[in-house]
Design a binder for this molecule. Structure first.
Ligand code: URA
Length: 430
């Protein structure tokens, strides 16, 4: 087989075989195929697309390019959830304990990426004493005992994705739907869950800009799941604004605890209850989706979900005595509206960037996160505000730069006409 022939075949719109795709991925990972040929191949895929079967073959080759996680020692159906990247997205902290409190098994191994805001691992580590470094034996024992564990990945999961993603990033081939689908699904399948819920965000700042593209991505990911005998459910959700009110690690933990006590923001609770009901139903812990939803709502209001969260944090060495002094920063600055009207949009990306500049996220791998800082939205899309009303509170431990204020200025779009509160879930594809 020659790489140039495979590039030409894709360029002409032919369907590649499993062997051809495996030849490219294994050749690239072993260093036998150079970047320039893989770049040309990626660009050919960008223009010609891939069939569902090609995308499944690509996922398979990527999946087996590195370590996979064996969860077979965990008794019961394992459920997992992944988001394509949201600001203020603390859903794992809520969904994990919520569905575990209903008897589903949550065994989550996460990687640590760069991001405007910290990831789930950073949020957990922001809790005093909480560790995400669990040995494999401890991880499995914890899931078997209490139904949930969340830890940092140790092995090399899907090295092909690291290489391909870096190349896509510099060759203009990131926005190819089959390439995104195989990138996400190879990592999710390597993590070993039986049921995978995917939160596919759309909007400015998200990978998917339109509902059509999000549908297509979701459809392919569900089909890849089928090829691997896994149940995949995709939730297409809007990103007109950050999820909930809090952005920043401890601030988000606090909001997650409030949501687990039945006092969370509406959009966050709606999203969590909907995703939880699918996880509970497919984990066979309720006879129907309706029953699963009722159960999820009940667990949020009867203290069971919160009790499971505390058990989980405690099992990983953490302790939260009270929320009263949980957030300690040098100053809290009120960011106010400079005009009267209705909030049309709160650009999540800008809020995320502002939080990162406060120290809440990482620009480079070496950056150390300040767990306390961040932004809390006082108003959300659809609300009417008057000049001088507080739109957000900025939690800071260092001077708040002009750049941060500019990022907030650009985030809030206030218009004269009334704005409808956007639906959080636009479609569910399974
Ligand atoms: N997220 C991923 O993991 N991969 C992509 O290609 C895009 C989003």
């Amino acid at each position: 087989m020659r790489m140039v022939d495979i590039i030409e075949r894709k360029r002409e719109g032919h369907i590649l075989t499993e062997q051809e795709i495996e030849f490219v991925i294994s050749g690239y990972v072993s260093g036998n195929i150079p970047d320039y040929q893989v770049s040309a191949w990626l660009m050919a895929i960008y223009f010609q697309g891939m069939t569902d079967q090609e995308a499944s073959f690509l996922t398979k080759s990527m999946l087996f390019s590195g370590d996979t996680i064996d969860l077979s020692k965990i008794i019961g159906i394992k459920v997992d959830k992944h988001s394509t990247g949201g600001v203020g997205d603390k859903t794992t902290l809520i969904l994990g304990p919520l569905v575990a409190s209903c008897g589903a098994k949550v065994a989550k191994l996460s990687g640590r990426g760069l991001g405007h805001t910290g990831g789930t691992l950073d949020k957990l580590e922001s809790i005093d004493g909480c560790t995400i470094n669990l040995s494999e034996d401890r991880f499995i024992e914890q899931v078997n005992q209490i139904g949930i564990a969340v830890a940092g990945q140790t092995g090399e999961i899907v090295p092909a994705d690291k290489l391909l993603y870096a190349l896509r990033d510099v060759t203009g081939t990131v926005p190819s739907i089959p390439l995104i689908a195989s990138s996400i699904m190879s990592k999710k399948l390597a993590s070993g869950a039986d049921v995978i819920c995917l939160d596919v965000k759309i909007g400015e700042g998200a990978f998917m800009k339109t509902l059509e593209d999000a549908r297509e991505l979701s459809r392919i990911m569900v089909s890849i799941g089928e090829a691997f005998n896994k149940k995949v459910i995709a939730f297409i959700t809007g990103m007109d604004q950050p999820l909930g009110h809090a952005v920043g690690n401890r601030l988000e933990v606090k909001e997650a605890i409030e949501a687990l006590s039945g006092n969370g923001p509406k959009d966050l609770e709606t999203l969590c209850v909907e995703i939880a009901s699918y996880m509970i139903f497919y984990a066979k812990k309720a006879p129907s989706l309706e029953d699963a939803k009722e159960l999820a709502i009940r667990q949020l209001h009867n203290g069971e979900a919160l009790a499971k969260f505390n058990e989980f944090i405690h099992a990983q060495g953490g302790q939260i005595d009270s929320l009263k002094d949980f957030i300690k920063v040098k100053k809290i600055i009120e960011y106010k509206a400079t005009k009267t009207g209705y909030i049309k949009e709160i650009k999540a990306l800008n809020i995320g960037l502002a939080s990162m500049k406060l120290g809440g996220g990482r620009e480079t791998k070496e950056d150390i996160i300040d767990p306390m800082v961040g932004i809390v939205l006082e108003k959300k899309v659809g609300e009417h505000v008057k000049t001088g009303d507080v739109l957000a509170k900025v939690y800071a431990n260092s001077p708040v730069s002009k750049e941060i204020i500019l990022s907030l200025d650009e985030a809030f779009d206030i218009v004269e006409f009334e704005v409808k509160v956007p639906a959080i879930i636009l479609e569910i594809i399974s």
